[in-house]
Design a protein around this ligand. Structure first.
Ligand SMILES: *[C@@H]1O[C@H](CO)[C@@H](O)[C@H](O)[C@H]1NC(C)=O
Ligand SMILES: *[C@@H]1O[C@H](CO)[C@@H](O)[C@H](O)[C@H]1NC(C)=O
Ligand SMILES: *[C@@H]1O[C@H](CO)[C@@H](O)[C@H](O)[C@H]1NC(C)=O
Ligand SMILES: [Zn+2]
Length: 503
């Protein structure tokens, strides 16, 4: 009997990937040993610190469809050893995102009976009692959630903070069955109900950012929407959740309680968090509008920056490499920077349209590398950090030359925005870059400001004398250009093994 059980567990592990937990040797500090993405970039959850927030007036209220399920429908309530999960039918979906995201399941993260805090996301360090995740997959692009889970645009999760307060009748619809799934891998069928009643009242107020699954394999595939307002459950309801379940199998003699199942906040990695609300946030910056971003993207996609090659400006474009070098290498190549300009230019001209894969950007690589690597490298993938190095490098190289600022403005800044938006999945804007440079030395910061002003003047003069500069006209043109539909779709993550995932 015991042997059969051990074999069963062994087979289970072999087919679903290595085991992991929230505590002990398989705890989150060690998830990346078996699940490399957990140690990579753009992980979730994060702490929503005020300085990361950018107000975006273009974020519409979240709209969900078919959330009011008929009681004739049955849902599967299960204990997967990491959480309690309720299956959801795929006719439920989010209709207010660029793609249709169909529901798959919802589950919870919570504290314990002696530590009442257990949300994953936090607000300026404040942790709530718990958090609900309603997981959806991009059903416009992928046939099912297994195919979507590792794609950069595969998942959309609605996060709901849970605070202790008033009794919540909607949560009771399935809380009352928890005793039927006390042990790991137990499942029961429960009648469906109105899932909308689990969401908070203000679906128009939320945090939005690009992140990951908060459990192994931690794929950075999630478009996060975390509602600002919590829902409440009573202390009694919370304690029922926190004490009813075990992370261990019914057959195991040593029982392991299932609680405190939250991951700690991850690095922001220079991401910003878009917010749909402005009130209560003093002096919050606004994000670049989608229109501005689109303009930048179009400008780059039509490839007219090639014209700038004649002026030698192509050298300023960040070069692409399979892995950005470590700091030592970077310094070395900075000194020894001596690549063939002809090769560079040729390479660049050949690839006027930015390629669509998730490579990193770096400077000072003297070997031309393929532009389209096709994989997302989790190494030193801090795109923004590489870009920052690039900007600083250019500042050094073209110090005190008007050309430097002009090209920063014309080439590097749009490039920064484009790359970080499309590949690094963050929303940088000029403000961010200014702030970054301000953090350096006074001289550089003031010079940048002065030079930006000068460049602005120059641009105005140029517009007046436009007929003398046909090249610039070409750059400004091409209103018909559009972003190819699958421009950003080739990015997939390495997926070495079939693995279980929940979130
Ligand atoms: C981390 O996990 C690996 C592989 O599962 C294991 O060999 C190692 O002992 C763990 N390390 C720690 C510090 O627990
Ligand atoms: C949900 O649907 C039921 C019928 O299936 C209906 O009685 C109820 O009023 C609906 N609830 C909401 C909030 O629309
Ligand atoms: C998901 O879709 C793929 C491709 O159509 C298919 O091979 C796979 O079996 C499906 N997986 C599940 C769990 O339905
Ligand atoms: Zn989760």
């Amino acid at each position: 009997m015991t042997l059969t059980f051990i074999i069963l567990i062994a087979c289970l592990l072999a087919s679903t990937g290595a085991k992991w937990s929230y505590n002990g040797p398989d705890g989150e500090h060690n998830w990346s040993s078996n699940y490399p993405f957990c140690g990579g970039a753009f992980q979730s959850p994060i702490d929503f610190q005020t300085h990361l927030l950018r107000y975006d007036s273009n974020l519409p209220p979240i709209q969900v469809q078919n959330y009011n399920l008929s009681t004739n429908e049955q849902l599967t309530l299960s204990n997967n050893g990491h959480s309690v999960q309720l299956s959801l039918p795929s006719h439920m979906y989010i209709s207010s995102l660029p793609y249709k995201y169909s529901a798959a399941q919802l589950h919870f993260h919570w504290g314990s009976s002696n530590q009442l805090t257990g949300s994953e996301h936090t607000v300026n360090g404040k942790q709530f009692a718990g958090e609900m995740h309603v997981v959806h997959f991009n059903s416009d692009k992928y046939p099912n959630i297994s195919m979507a889970v590792d794609k950069h645009d595969g998942l959309a999760v609605l996060g709901v903070f849970i605070a202790i307060g008033e009794f919540n009748p909607a949560f009771e619809k399935f809380f009352k069955y928890l005793n039927g799934i006390k042990y790991r891998d137990q499942k029961i069928q429960v009648p469906a109900f109105n899932i909308h009643a689990l969401l908070p009242s203000h679906l128009d107020e939320y945090y939005r950012y690009d992140g990951s699954l908060t459990t192994p394999p931690c794929y950075p595939s999630v478009l996060w929407t975390v509602f600002r307002r919590p829902v409440t459950i009573s202390q009694k309801q919370f304690l029922a959740l926190a004490t009813a379940l075990y992370a261990s199998y019914a057959q195991e003699s040593a029982t392991v309680p299932l609680h405190g199942n939250y991951r700690k906040p991850q690095l922001a990695d220079n991401r910003v968090v878009l917010v749909s609300f402005k009130d209560g946030l003093h002096g919050i910056l606004s994000a670049a509008s989608p229109f501005q971003r689109k303009q930048v993207i179009q400008k780059l996609l039509v490839g007219d920056l090639a014209d700038l090659a004649d002026e030698g400006l192509y050298q300023l474009l960040p070069k692409l490499s399979p892995q950005s070098g470590n700091d030592k290498k970077l310094k070395k190549t900075k000194k020894q920077e001596h690549w063939s300009q002809a090769t560079q230019k040729q390479q660049w001209l050949k690839n006027k349209v930015p390629s669509n894969s998730g490579y990193s950007l770096s400077v000072g690589k003297n070997t031309p590398t393929p532009w389209n690597m096709g994989t997302f490298d989790t190494g030193k993938e801090m795109c923004f950090v590489s870009l920052e190095e690039n900007v600083m490098h250019q500042l050094e190289r073209y110090h005190a030359k008007g050309l430097m600022v002009e090209t920063l403005k014309e080439v590097v800044f749009p490039e920064l925005n484009l790359r970080s938006y499309l590949h690094c999945r963050s929303d940088l804007d000029l403000q961010t870059i200014r702030k970054l440079i301000q953090g350096r030395s006074r001289d550089e910061a003031t010079e940048l400001e002065q030079s930006l002003a000068e460049a602005m003047l120059k641009k105005m003069r140029r517009q007046i004398n436009q007929h003398k500069y046909p090249k610039m006209e070409a750059t400004i043109g091409h209103p018909q250009a559009t972003v190819p539909k699958d421009f950003n779709s080739a990015l997939t993550y390495n997926r070495p093994q079939r693995v279980e995932w929940e979130d």
